[in-house]
Design a binder for this molecule. Sequence first.
Ligand SMILES: Cc1cc2nc3c(=O)[nH]c(=O)nc-3n(C[C@H](O)[C@H](O)[C@H](O)COP(=O)(O)O)c2cc1C
Length: 312
Amino acid sequence: MSAEVKTILAPMAGYTDFAFRAICRDFGVDLTVTEMVSSKALVMGNALSHRMLFRESCDRPAFCQIFGHEPSVMADSVRLPEVAAYDGVDINMGCPVRKIVSGGDGSALLENPRLAAQCISAVKTALKDKPLSVKFRLGVSDSAGAVDFAKTCADAGADFITVHFRTRKQMYSGSADFSLLQQIARVGIPVIANGDVATRRQCLQLLDMGASGVAVGRAALGRPYVFAQIKERAFRFDVLAAIERHVQLLLKVFDERVVVNEMKKHVSAYLKGKRNGKSVVVEVMNARTLSQILTPCRVFFENNPNLRIEEQ
Ligand SMILES: Cc1cc2nc3c(=O)[nH]c(=O)nc-3n(C[C@H](O)[C@H](O)[C@H](O)COP(=O)(O)O)c2cc1C
C-alpha cells in the first residue's frame, strides 16, 4: 500500500527537546511538538520555560504545547515572541500527572468543558490565522464524554485534535482503545490518533478508521527512525553519531550539568535493547561530566560496530 501517513512526534516532557526534534526531522516526521510549557511561567518571564522554546531551523513545522487553565493568561502566552515563532500551538488537556491536575491544568480540563472551551477560544483569537490543536485523553475514568469533548474543541475553534486513546485513570497501563475513533472523526475536524502506535500497519488501520494522521510518542524514543519505517522510506541511523549530535545541540542552550542530566535518559533510550548495552547505561547513569557519558558510548560501539547502524 502506498498511502501517505502523516506523522507527529507526540510531546513528551523531558524527551522532545529541540535536539531530539531536530534528529527526528532526518527521518521524515511531519510535525513536532515541544515539551509542555506552563503558560503562566511563560507570561511571568520564567527563564527556563523560555529556554525550553529554543528551536533548530530545520525543525519546521513545529507546534508549541502550552498548559494552563486561565484563558487570558493562555492567550497572552501565545502572543510572546518565543511562542509566536512556532508554526502553531497545541493545548495540553490530557496530562494525568497529579501536580498538573491539582493545579486545574492538563486533564483537569476534561472535567470542565466550559472552561476548556474558553481557553481554546481565547488562544485561537490570540493566534489569529495560526493553527491551534488540542491534545486530550478519552476521559477521566471512562470514555463516555470523549465525543462531546471533541465537539467542544471543534466548536471552540480548534483546527485539529490529537487524542490519546486512554483515560486519565489508565495512565500508561493497558493498551489504547481506538473503538471511538470513527465517532470522534465525525466531529468534523481532523483527528490525530495517539497511543501505542509503532508500525505502518497500525497507522494504516487508524487511517482507515478515520484518523487524519498519527502521533508517535514512546516508540520514537531512541528510535527516531520509526517515522521512516512508518513511511516505508529508506534510512540509515548511526546511533553513536546521534548521541554525539544530541549532546552538541543541547550544549547550544544548556550548560554541561543540565546536558549530562538530559542525556542520561536519551542514552538509555538509544541503547535500549542493544546486547550488553545495560552496563553502559549503568555507567552513564552515574556520570557527572559529558566525557563520562560519551567515552563509554564510544567504547561500546568500537567493541560492537555491528550495533551502531540501523538501516532500511
Ligand atoms: C515521558 C513522557 C512525557 C510526556 N509528556 C507529555 C507532554 O508534555 N504533553 C503531552 O501532551 N503528553 C505527554 N505525554 C504523553 C504522550 O504525548 C502520548 O500521548 C503518550 O505517551 C501515548 O503515546 P505513545 O503510546 O505513542 O507513547 C508524555 C508521555 C511520556 C511517556
